[in-house]
Design a protein around this ligand. Structure first.
Ligand SMILES: [Zn+2]
Length: 106
């Protein structure tokens, strides 16, 4: 296999930045607060850091190496719940710049 150079001009590890859902309606905001309090969802959405795997590590391989973890999106709960508070993990290959996602739930 030819040696493909790293094309992603950022460090290997992105500092962990937690994201908060910000629904537009008051009802949505209240529901988000309720969900965060009940389920601990407020910490599921983030960019960087390490994946908070629900199951085993499923880091995708691409171009002969592990893809870089970019971030994860958790469930919003209620009618938008991704199967028992599932999480979508997003990765990017530093060589071909293809993105990969993994979905896990309990
Ligand atoms: Zn690749």
């Amino acid at each position: 296999m030819p040696n493909i150079p790293d094309r992603l001009p950022i460090p290997d590890k992105i500092p962990e930045t937690r994201l908060m859902p910000r629904p537009e309606t008051l009802r949505g905001k209240l529901q988000a607060v309720l969900n965060a309090t009940k389920l601990g969802n407020e910490r599921l959405h983030k960019i960087g850091g390490e994946p908070d795997w629900i199951q085993d590590d499923e880091t995708p391989e691409c171009c002969g190496q592990s893809a870089m973890f970019y971030g994860q999106l958790g469930s919003l709960g209620g009618e938008y719940d991704l199967i028992d508070n599932g999480i979508i993990y997003v990765f990017i290959c530093r060589k071909c710049l293809r993105t990969h996602s993994v979905f896990q739930f309990s």
